[in-house]
Design a protein around this ligand. Structure first.
Ligand code: NAD
Ligand code: SAH
Length: 384
């Protein structure tokens, strides 16, 4: 979908769906009050006037609402396209990589970029450390109002939603294994437990593993968990987390899904190599029959199950992620010429402002410290 000033520019399979799409976009916008506030201000102030933005994001009703805000701020926005952008907006560093490898002639025009997700930020930091990053990028994922809510509660809910839509599985009493106990893994583990599953956690980081243990989950290795689990969800950003050794142990009928990065986390090559047959049982449900007769069920081709088999995160959480995106683009435009080709965090004051606006929209109130409390909390002389 392209939201451009020239409405004839687009690459859309069926434009007859536009009206139904507009209703879905409107429905999502009802749950995006912070983004709506930004839209009103952008429409008045036009801080992005004349800026070309290339956004390589999942094309959803929530992303459409972000594109509308940027357009109302004066920008022309191309979704999922490398159309000579001045600002890039990525979800996994795809557009950045495309520009830095295959389309280097376009780099001169680019003023900055934003990155939506954990793995993208990791890649960008690696590029900056090697000195190859050509322009400044804001790590939207690192904002508190992004990963604390989107990665944790957004994925927690939408990954379970995707698994249930695909399978109609009863989670109560099932043994579910969550690989990775970062922001995404924590959210998924807590939601699966909330639905009555017995949840095991796998980690490589001792601190996170300990956190999982003290949150009340059994922590074990992926190979040990493989022999016990009915359902597996990967959330690591790593490759082949359900690899050869784990596949060798899976129970007959085990269901495997990924909520981390692309289709990298489940070793689909090994599964395919060991399979004597493959069968699509339902949409997003593919069964591999292995040589020894065991059946392994892969959801959504091993891609992000929440976006493949469901609708991604609900708009109420994308409200904050995309408020960060919109304000980060404004920050990049306003800071033009002053930033180095590095990875920048979202300025703390923007993060706090988004949290305040979200709380206000939710009808929640917070307290303000009295002068006495402010002095007390900053002093080393009092209270010891
Ligand atoms: P994170 O860095 O907080 O957590 C990842 C965890 O995985 C870490 O604790 C790490 O130690 C662990 N890990 C790494 N390799 C492992 C292995 N082999 N076995 C077990 N654990 C391992 O990252 P996050 O914010 O939780 O994001 C995780 C992934 O999910 C990233 O790829 C991110 O881009 C993606 N993500 C997906 C969605 C979605 O909508 N599905 C939303 C946000 C983020
Ligand atoms: N591009 C990679 C990594 C994506 S990580 C891939 O597709 O595998 C998933 C990202 O999707 C998260 O950072 C989250 O912010 C975003 N996302 C989740 N729900 C969404 C929605 N409803 N609309 C747009 N983006 C969404």
């Amino acid at each position: 979908m392209t939201v451009a000033t020239d409405r004839s520019e687009h690459d859309v399979t069926d434009t007859a769906l536009a009206e139904a799409g507009a209703r879905r976009i409107g429905w999502a916008s009802r749950e995006m009050p912070v983004l709506s506030q930004i839209r009103k201000r952008f429409a008045k102030e036009r801080p992005l006037r004349g800026v070309r933005i290339g956004a390589c994001l999942h094309v959803t009703a929530e992303t459409a609402n972000l594109a509308i805000v940027l357009r109302d701020g004066g920008a022309s926005v191309a979704l999922c396209a490398a159309s000579e952008p001045q600002i890039t907006m990525d979800d996994g560093a795809d557009l950045v990589t495309e520009l830095h490898t295959k389309r280097r002639e376009l780099l001169a025009d680019v003023r900055g970029g934003t990155e939506e997700t954990t793995t993208g930020v990791t890649r960008l930091r690696a590029m900056a450390a090697e000195g190859v990053l050509a322009y400044p990028v804001v790590a939207v994922n690192d904002a508190m109002t992004k990963h604390l809510f989107d990665n944790r509660y957004g994925t927690g809910q939408s990954a379970v939603d995707g698994i249930l839509r695909a399978t109609n599985l009863l989670l109560a009493g099932k043994i579910a294994v969550v690989a990775g106990y970062g922001w995404v893994g924590r959210g998924i583990a807590s939601r699966l437990r909330g639905m009555g599953a017995i949840v095991l956690v796998c980690e490589v980081d001792p601190l996170r593993a300990l956190e999982g243990a003290m949150d009340g989950f059994e922590v074990t290795s992926i190979v040990a968990a493989a022999a016990r689990g009915d359902l597996f969800v990967t959330a690591t950003g790593n490759v082949n987390v359900i690899g050869k050794d784990a596949i060798a142990k899976l129970k007959d009928g085990a269901i495997v899904a990924n909520a981390g990065h692309f289709n990298d986390e489940i070793d689909l090559k090994t599964l395919a190599a060991q399979a004597t047959g493959q069968c699509r049982l339902r949409p997003f449900v593919e069964e591999y029959t292995l040589r020894d007769g065991r059946r392994v069920v892969v959801l959504g081709e091993g891609r992000l199950v929440n976006l493949a088999a469901a609708e991604g995160h609900p708009p109420a959480v994308m409200d904050m992620s995309f408020a960060n995106q919109a304000l980060s683009v404004e920050f990049l435009v306003k800071s033009a010429g002053t930033l180095k080709p590095q990875v920048y965090g979202v300025p703390r004051e923007l993060d706090e402002e988004i949290a305040r606006q979200k709380l206000a929209a939710m009808g929640m109130k917070i307290d303000t410290m009295t002068d006495e409390q402010t002095t007390y909390s900053r002093s080393w002389k009092a209270g010891t």
